[in-house]
Design a protein around this ligand. Structure first.
Ligand SMILES: [Zn+2]
Length: 392
């Protein structure tokens, strides 16, 4: 009950103009009559709102639909290239930037590594330089840019634009508010796994599921929870910290200050560290480790098997807590799911006496590690779709 109330409060009242824009974006092309029918709105209201949206260029008239008699009705089309958006992903070592259109089609992509000693202020300065270079090199009309969406590795208060706590990049209480002026565009921020869940819901394999959890396995582990098609963060914005749930009594210390956290056993960093602690020749990437497994390196096989067992423990806990329709695993490890998907489900089911899960409940992201950057770029787009308003 409390959960549903919380979600309901988050639903923004949609204006007619926003509802019409949302429908046209979903359908790509539709007639005035069909818009009125689908939304239960009068034809004069639809015509008036459609004219407003044509004026700002987000939709246009184009082509005709089949007619059941009489004049063929004109089709209204969505214009995805009418506005653009930047998606930025800041991870502990790398800044990735993508310019995309309203359908989240990436037009330009750039990324750079940064020095671990960089201040967060410096990271944002580097980000701005790259954004400006993309705008200049591609002769982008600045007026077409809706805003910048940031994907951040920590707890995010998106309403007040505060990155509350990001232990993996050593940032606390960072206020993005003053940076809107610095960047010259509206800023939207969200937690990395949350935007990955948004990206996956909009563009990935889980777009048909209303209740899903995205498990983002990178340097740490983040989870984005979608309940009834709404991102669930709770009132304090801290929901979904499954990466820090305690799964063992071992004393490996986490950046959060506690011990036994899931991400210390099932993140990419944990996997590589465990192998490198035991092996004589080290690896620095997941793909190098996977090659060792394919070469039947016994240490790699043993470490990977342990890793999958820990991954299973956390996923089992998520299933027992939320019982989602789908759990999507994202990050580099998702690419190699053929190697472990059977074992993973077997480990999850072996311990459970409550119920067994189907293999199909677990999915693997097909967005090639781009779920979070795509989700970040969708934040300014969602603002447009929610309100139907733009500054142009
Ligand atoms: Zn922790």
């Amino acid at each position: 009950m409390i959960l549903l109330n919380t979600i309901n409060q988050q639903i923004i009242k949609e204006t007619n103009r926003a509802r019409i824009l949302k429908l046209i974006r979903e359908k790509k092309e539709i007639t005035i009559k069909d818009i009125a029918k689908e939304l239960g709105t009068s034809i004069p209201t639809v015509i008036s709102k459609v004219n407003e949206l044509i004026e700002i260029g987000i939709i246009k008239e184009g082509g005709v639909a089949e007619s059941s008699g009489g004049r063929k009705p004109v089709l209204i089309r969505f214009v995805p290239e009418s506005r653009l958006s930047f998606g930025i992903n800041i991870s502990p070592k790398r800044i990735s930037i993508a310019l995309m259109n309203l359908d989240a089609k990436i037009l330009v992509e750039k990324s750079t590594e940064y020095n671990a000693s960089c201040s967060f202020d410096k990271i944002l300065s580097i980000t701005k330089e790259i954004i400006e270079s993309i705008i200049i090199e591609n002769k982008i009309d600045r007026n077409k840019i809706l805003g910048i969406g940031f994907s951040l590795p920590g707890i995010v208060d998106e309403e007040n634009l505060i990155l509350e706590n990001a232990p993996n990049i050593n940032v606390k209480g960072f206020d993005f508010g003053p940076y809107e002026k610095f960047f010259g565009f509206p800023i939207y921020i969200e937690n990395e796994a949350n935007v990955a869940a948004i990206g996956e819901s909009e563009l990935g394999i889980s777009s048909h599921y209303n209740n899903m959890v995205f498990v983002s396995i990178t340097e740490g582990i983040g989870t984005g929870i979608i309940i009834q098609n709404t991102l669930y963060k709770s009132t304090n914005k801290r929901a979904g910290e499954f990466g820090h749930m305690r799964i063992t009594d071992d004393h490996i210390k986490c950046n959060c200050g506690r011990t036994g956290c899931w991400e210390m056993y099932a993140s990419e960093t944990a996997l590589l560290k465990k192998y490198n602690d035991k092996a004589t020749t080290k690896v620095s990437t997941v793909s190098q480790l996977i090659s060792r497994i394919e070469e039947k390196d016994p240490i790699a096989c043993e470490v990977f098997n342990d890793y999958i067992r820990y991954l299973a423990v956390g996923i089992e806990n998520i299933i027992l807590t939320l019982s989602p329709e789908k759990i999507i695993i994202g990050g580099k490890i998702s690419k190699y799911h053929n190697l472990y998907e059977k074992n993973l489900v077997e480990y999850i089911n072996r311990e459970s006496i409550l119920y067994t899960i189907e293999e199909s409940i677990i999915g693997y992201s097909l967005l090639k590690g781009r779920a979070s950057i795509l989700g970040a770029g969708l934040l300014p787009v969602y603002q447009l779709i929610r309100t139907g308003a733009t500054t142009l």
